[in-house]
Design a protein around this ligand. Sequence first.
Ligand SMILES: [Zn+2]
Length: 45
Amino acid sequence: MAHLVLSVKEKPDKVMCEVCNTEMYEKHCKLICPNCGFKWDCSDH
Ligand SMILES: [Zn+2]
């Protein structure tokens, strides 16, 4: 069962990596996990 944090409309202050639960950072409309390198493309903007 997958529950995505980004499914909410308003942008949350912090997004946790769903792989390793590390706080991700945003760069060029992408969310990147500094720990495992997991990337999240926020192309729905
Ligand atoms: Zn991660």
